[in-house]
Design a protein around this ligand. Structure first.
Ligand code: PRX
Length: 633
């Protein structure tokens, strides 16, 4: 170990070295001096965001930039806009009409290339089809598709006609899908006969069939033919190709109010059912546009690849809307990072000459295990900027990612959330980097570390709650049908938006994200609530009670461990462990499957009956159990 490295308590390497940004990148970057731009934005944030908004097209401009009535914000008041106008329509009048918007690679070796004009036509045809199905402004459309162009097309078509999309990740199963359709009161579900997952086909349409009768608002199921898998035709089924084939390639873009809803995206919280985070056309558009452009320094000759799925916020903001609004060329890969072979991602970077590559720490750690020989086989010299998102990136993974991609590309470690809509803390390419730190807040963002009473922690390297002090344009506007839950984000800590994360700041003002402060898990970067997994377990006939914790895992970041109390008449066994794991998989999806299940006679509870997960976790990890004065027994 070099002298500038030391082992921290968590066993992570702490790298003292600072990585200065490459000169050739800074010279060409949109932002060359972070401090200057940050200071100007803080002095007059409304002016800062207004300047960004002025780079885009509006049907009618705002008469006021911000109305801040704590904790409710409205941005670009009185303006008329549609995000799809900026993502697609406006490019039709420029040379970008014929620029590639999307390269798509299928797992079966097939591929598609869509120019901006191609995408525009496909979106319009599907938008017209949705109208024919009776979908109007404000209606909800659930999109449950694998990583294929139709995922993006369906989202854009929905937004174009002023309807609201709710994308459900295709790795979720029947129970999770049902909850989301019912809460959104969706009229249409867009799905596929199946989606490829390694050597299997995930039967998405069958999953929809399992629950459609329990979703009273659901009228139609549109099915994309992707795998050729047999499907049982049901009443209300419509084949995507049949539906769009005679539809016009022009469709009027609905003029929306700046504050009109664009999408609902369900995410996990500490308790209860997932929450429908709601984002709007105007502010969200400005936020993702500005962050995408400055953080990834996206230029017309770049090929950009974000490996996320559009089923998550990263996909909404930085696969669909951010890149298209910036007129970028993107790559989409249908499959996994290491299938059919561990070099597949690297081979795609070589094939498409990807220059900006945005991925997750989990994927990097998984690829690290296969060794350096895989990236070494391919020409990765096209890369210039890298990105990481979803969970803290450990310095080992950071250094490996940098090294195997040529030891020259700056890594943008971007911290943000479904609720924030856009990246909030991240380097810009001109900012010196420290491996494992998300560095500094984006211009216009006021981030702080505070104690539970909201007092700012000024002592360097002391952990506390990460909060945001002032509104930003892409912030969620509410939790769908649950405004109290929205307010609670702004009421937990006085005068601040509570992110739910712990963080510390070092002597140079760099932020270090330490992980969640609550019962939200980050498993392979996927956000899951312990309560949701517990209720999936309890829905099994043998289970009386369950408690779920996250355990540190070298690849996944966190792994799920469940403690289960069985009902009378059931005995612990290996078979039951397997059965319970499969049950969670069927109810919630493979991403929520516990890796460990332990049977217990009882669970530790507070006197008011709340399960003390904190205690279970401390015991499991051999850490001090802390305050147990509220323990029942
Ligand atoms: O804990 C933080 C972690 O992911 C949470 C948000 O999850 P989600 O809403 O699914 O959005 C993920 C993609 C934006 C945060 O509260 N997180 C996200 N990015 C980072 C991160 N933790 C550390 N470093 C990051 N770069």
């Amino acid at each position: 170990m070099a002298s500038d490295e030391k082992e921290t308590v968590e066993g992570l390497l702490e790298i003292k070295e600072i990585y200065e940004p490459p000169k050739e990148i800074v010279e060409k970057a949109y932002v060359k001096n972070y401090d200057e731009v940050y200071q100007a934005a803080i002095k007059d944030p409304e002016k800062f965001w207004e300047e960004a908004a002025n780079e885009l097209e509006w049907f009618k401009k705002w008469n006021k930039v911000l109305e801040w009535d704590y904790p409710k914000a409205k941005w670009f008041l009185g303006a008329k806009v549609n995000i799809v106008h900026n993502a697609l329509d406006r490019h039709m009048n420029t040379w970008r009409r014929n620029k590639v918007a999307l390269y798509w690679e299928g797992q079966d070796g097939s591929s598609r290339t869509l120019s901006y004009a191609d995408l525009y036509r496909e979106v319009n045809r599907f938008a017209n089809a949705l109208k024919e199905l009776g979908i109007k402004k404000g209606d909800r459309v659930t999109i449950y598709l694998p990583r294929i162009p139709e995922q993006m097309i369906a989202m854009l078509a929905t937004a174009k006609i002023g309807a609201i999309h709710s994308v459900v990740y295709s790795g979720f199963s029947a129970g999770a899908l049902k909850d989301r359709i019912i809460d959104a009161e969706a009229k249409v579900v867009v799905t596929a006969d199946g989606g490829y997952y390694r050597n299997k086909i995930v039967p998405l349409k069958d999953t929809v069939d399992e629950i459609r009768d329990e979703c009273p608002t659901l009228e139609h199921v549109v099915v994309v033919r992707r795998t050729g898998k047999d499907i049982r035709e049901k009443e209300g089924d419509i084949d995507w190709n049949e539906l769009v084939k005679d539809k016009p390639v022009e469709c009027k873009t609905e003029e929306m109010d700046s504050e009109d809803p664009l999408f609902i995206l369900y995410t996990s919280g500490t308790t209860g059912k997932p929450k429908g985070v709601l984002h709007v056309h105007g502010g969200y558009m400005v936020g993702v546009y500005r962050t995408m452009k400055w953080i990834f320094d996206i230029k017309d000759d770049d090929v950009y690849w974000c490996t996320a799925d559009a089923g998550w916020i990263t996909g909404h903001s930085y696969i669909v809307y951010g890149p298209l609004i910036n007129g970028a060329t993107s790559l989409m890969w249908e499959g996994a990072p290491d299938y059919p072979h561990p070099g597949i991602w690297w081979s795609l970077i070589e094939k498409y000459k990807v220059s900006i590559f945005y991925t997750t720490p989990t994927a990097i750690r998984a690829l690290m295990r296969y060794g350096e020989e895989w990236p070494r086989k391919y020409d990765l010299s096209s890369l210039r900027i890298l990105g990481s998102v979803g969970e803290p990136i450990n310095p080992e993974a950071w250094l490996w990612f940098r090294k195997v991609t040529g030891d020259r590309c700056p890594i943008m470690d971007t911290w943000w959330q479904t609720e924030t809509g856009m990246i909030m803390i991240s380097p810009l390419p001109c900012v010196p980097l420290k491996p494992g730190s998300a560095t500094k807040p984006f211009p216009g963002i006021v981030a702080e570390i505070v104690d539970k009473d909201g007092n700012k922690i000024t002592e360097p390297n002391k952990g506390g709650y990460l909060v945001i002090r002032t509104p930003w344009p892409a912030m969620m506007r509410t939790i769908y049908k649950d405004p109290d839950r929205y307010n609670s984000y702004w009421e937990t800590i006085p005068n601040a938006y509570h992110t739910g994360d712990m963080a510390k700041m070092d002597e140079d003002g760099y932020f270090w994200i330490l992980g969640r402060a609550d019962d939200v898990l980050k498993v392979s970067g996927y956000r899951l609530g312990t309560a949701e997994i517990e209720s999936a377990l309890v829905s099994h006939e043998a289970v009386a009670e369950a408690a779920v914790i996250g355990k540190p895992d070298p690849v996944k970041g966190e792994a799920i461990k469940a403690f289960v109390v069985l009902k009378e008449g059931y005995e612990p066994s290996d078979d039951l462990v397997k059965e319970l794991k499969m049950h969670v998989r069927e109810v919630m999806g493979p991403i929520a499957m516990p890796s460990e299940i332990e049977f217990r006679e009882s669970l530790p509870k507070t006197r008011s009956g709340k399960i003390m997960r904190r205690l279970l976790k401390a015991q499991e990890l051999g850490l001090p159990v802390g305050d147990t004065s509220t323990l029942e027994d």
